[in-house]
Design a binder for this molecule. Structure first.
Ligand code: ZN
Length: 143
């Protein structure tokens, strides 16, 4: 399993993810720094977010597998005028990341003020460990 760095983060998540019997594996793993998703046993493709049914071939037989923690920043923005539930964390940055395995996802970017973000920046995934649980985020890749 891919191990992500865990970054202690003050406060509660604005919108804690809903944990179902299926997504519990992902969120419990993420709280331990495990970066994983589902991989289709029939066609071999990974999907993100994890799904109990493969969106490529509709097979209902999937397994948990490690996900690449590395990728490239596709786009990003810094939010200064945040919605009320995010106001305590403003300003913060969010981005769209293309993982090396061809999966595109949206997530928080760490180092909102210090980061020199631009499209094409090499990134790696990390865990923001809030007081009530984890969220995944991207930060500049370490060499
Ligand atoms: Zn499939």
């Amino acid at each position: 399993m891919t191990q992500l760095p865990i970054i202690p983060t003050t406060g509660l998540r604005a919108y804690p993810p809903r944990r179902s019997a299926f997504t519990k594996t992902f969120w419990d793993g993420l709280s331990q720094g495990q970066w994983q998703t589902t991989c289709c046993d029939a066609c071999g493709k990974q999907t993100f977010p994890p799904r109990p049914i493969c969106p490529h071939c509709w097979s209902a037989t999937v397994s948990w597998c490690a996900l690449s923690p590395r990728g490239t920043l596709y786009s990003w923005t810094r939010i200064h005028a945040a919605p009320a539930v995010f106001a305590a964390e403003s300003p913060y940055a969010v981005g769209i990341v293309d993982l090396d395995v061809g999966i595109r996802l949206a997530c928080r970017l760490t180092d909102a003020l210090a980061g020199d973000w631009k499209p094409g920046t090499a990134v790696e995934m990390a865990v923001l460990q809030y007081e009530d649980g984890p969220l995944f985020a991207a930060r500049p890749a370490t060499p």
